[in-house]
Design a protein around this ligand. Structure first.
Ligand code: ADP
Ligand code: MG
Length: 318
């Protein structure tokens, strides 16, 4: 199977779209798109390298899903609606069974969000998955820079689950059999993060700032604090952690993971207190938690103490 047959068989089927807003020339030298009137285009690219972002031998469908969901999380954080994505895939070999599983993992999100794959690049080398996502916005984007003293700080979902799963994966050497129900839950959270697209769109009309949590809560809070020139004061007792994480790790370790572990892909945002009730009513299916307040000043505080030394967000090249 050559490169073109591979693309034709596994990736072209993911480019079907009834979204007549765009599409011309998928499969040509370039994909050509016509944007709807009044729309802004949001773009973000994420790369996952074997041995750095995932373990060797990770199941291909899980890997595909996590890579795409993680990339889509950046669209959610801006309040954009997913439009289409492109994929640059580097493969050590052509393994048809692996490719079929990989494409099946992508297809779940392609179908769920009407989010077609409109082009890419396929090369030979060490396994590397690079996904560029594109979204549309009809309003001003949710930025990291609008937080105001007096705003509530809030997060979606629960934190620390994906970080705890990572140590499980290492311990069990990728096997998911023989895991307890709680361990299975953590593994699901790691492999299948939910891009908070609907929440991002709900936040467009009420949030003052927003970021997605890919590198750990404290690290992301520091980004908002810096961009907004304010201090973020967090209350460790209010961090939302799952009952599964509490059960497996205990209160202290769960809190540590919630503060510093990455890969949860929940949203961290700020908003004026009077807007809270309307927001919560607008996304009844989601758990939203208030975890602190924005204050004048700079940096991140945890229970009144400067959190600088706790910052353990994973930073490349350090
Ligand atoms: P070119 O040499 O013009 O860059 P390529 O040979 O790289 O073209 O790709 C041929 C076509 O297949 C292009 O339309 C490209 O967008 C598409 N394509 C290549 N790899 C992928 C992929 N992994 N997923 C989806 N489309 C792909
Ligand atoms: Mg090319």
């Amino acid at each position: 199977m050559n490169e073109f047959q591979l693309i034709e068989r596994f990736f072209s089927p993911l480019g079907q779209t009834d979204n007549e807003l765009f599409v011309t020339g998928n499969g040509d030298d370039c994909t050509v798109l016509t944007l709807p009137a009044g729309a802004s285009l949001c773009c973000s690219i994420d790369t996952m390298v074997e041995g750095v972002h995932f373990l060797k031998g990770a199941p291909a469908d899980r890997l595909a899903y996590r890579s795409l969901a993680g990339a889509m999380s950046d669209l959610a954080a801006m309040g954009a609606s997913p439009a289409f994505f492109t994929l640059a895939l580097t493969l050590p070999e052509v393994n048809e069974a692996w490719l079929a599983r990989f494409a099946a993992g992508l297809k779940k999100l392609v179908d769920a969000y009407n989010f077609p794959l409109l082009g890419g690049d396929t090369t030979k080398g060490p396994l590397c998955i690079s996904i560029q996502v594109h979204g549309l916005l009809y309003a001003a984007p949710l930025l990291r820079s609008g937080a105001q003293a007096g705003d509530i700080i809030a997060v979606s979902g629960t934190l620390g689950d994906a970080g705890a799963a990572l140590s499980l994966l290492e311990k069990f050497n990728m096997k998911s059999s023989g895991l307890s129900q709680e361990e299975q839950y953590l593994l699901e959270r790691y492999y299948s993060p939910s891009p908070r697209i609907a929440l991002g769109q709900a936040l467009l009309s009420c949030a003052s700032s927003c970021i997605d949590i890919s590198d750990g809560l404290l690290a992301e809070a520091a980004h908002i604090a810096k961009a907004s020139s304010v201090a973020l004061s967090l209350d460790s007792d209010k961090l939302p952690v799952s009952s599964e994480l509490l059960f497996l790790k205990g209160k202290e370790r769960a809190r540590e993971l919630a503060l510093s572990a990455g890969d949860d892909y929940e949203l961290l945002f700020t908003l004026a207190p009077e807007k809270w009730e309307v927001l919560v009513a607008g996304v009844p299916e989601l758990r939203l938690s208030q975890i602190g307040v924005v204050q004048a000043g700079e940096g991140v505080f945890l229970d009144g103490l400067r959190a600088q030394n706790l910052l353990k967000g994973y930073q490349h090249f350090e």
